[in-house]
Ligand binder design. Structure first.
Ligand SMILES: Nc1ncnc2c1ncn2[C@@H]1O[C@H](COP(=O)(O)OP(=O)(O)O)[C@@H](O)[C@H]1O
Ligand SMILES: [Mg+2]
Length: 205
């Protein structure tokens, strides 16, 4: 069994191990499942780089799934708002989904601001050692603010949007990300190549 077996407070709920397990699926797919967790400010380029990387991986024949920010709020996390508690629950659910998808044998990419170290650590702890890759999309705030594709920084500066990361809510930079992208200085293709190189070095692909 290669999966992390989760415990439950209720002793009547017991983990059932199945024959077709993660190792089996991984062999079948000829790939090492993992989670590539993109983090960074709004507008940093998380969705763009994760999407371009997913396309490159798909071209190379890998099986992937990209979990992206706002999309999960339409369904899985529809009932959640933006309070500290709800943000934490949002990330916890996404982490659990990412874990299930990695268990299904996929290379999972996720693109959420995920501003707090503690919540990123929570997801890291859900996965076996070596399967969580923190990808820091490190774009300076002024570059993100200039891009402002959704007009959110403008709203935040005008006080129409509260608790906006980078403006009146802190972004805690990763201390030791597995992949660090100076994303304000490179084009998308170069950033994708840096990721591919790192994944080859770590023997994910
Ligand atoms: N490396 C880059 N160079 C130039 N523009 C970029 C780069 N990465 C992203 N962008 C642009 O910045 C904007 C925000 O990117 P996006 O991926 O939506 O950010 P995020 O998902 O982090 O909020 C988009 O308009 C995108 O085209
Ligand atoms: Mg995005």
């Amino acid at each position: 069994m290669s999966s992390v077996v989760q415990s439950h407070d209720n002793e009547n709920i017991v983990w059932h191990t199945h024959q077709v397990d993660k190792a089996y699926r991984s062999t079948q797919k000829k790939q090492r499942p993992c989670v590539l967790w993109f983090t960074g400010l709004s507008g940093a380029g998380k969705s763009t780089v994760a999407g371009a990387l997913e396309s490159r991986l798909a071209e190379l024949g890998y099986h992937t799934y990209l979990l992206d920010g706002d999309n999960v709020r339409h369904g899985l996390c529809k009932d959640l708002g933006f309070s500290a508690e709800d943000r934490r629950e949002n990330i916890r659910r996404i982490g659990e989904v990412a874990r299930l998808m990695a268990d299904a044998g996929l290379i999972v990419l996720s693109a959420f601001i995920s501003p707090h170290r503690q919540e990123r650590q929570l997801v890291r702890d859900l996965l076996p050692t070596g399967e969580f890759f923190e990808v820091f999309v490190d774009t300076p705030l002024d570059v993100c603010e200039q891009r402002d594709p959704k007009g959110l920084y403008k709203k935040a500066r005008a006080g129409e949007l509260r608790q906006f990361t980078g403006i009146d809510s802190e972004y805690e930079k990763p201390l030791q990300p597995e992949i660090h992208l100076s994303a304000g200085e490179h084009d998308i293709e170069s950033l994708v190549s840096i990721c591919i190189e790192a994944l080859r070095k770590q023997q994910v692909i």
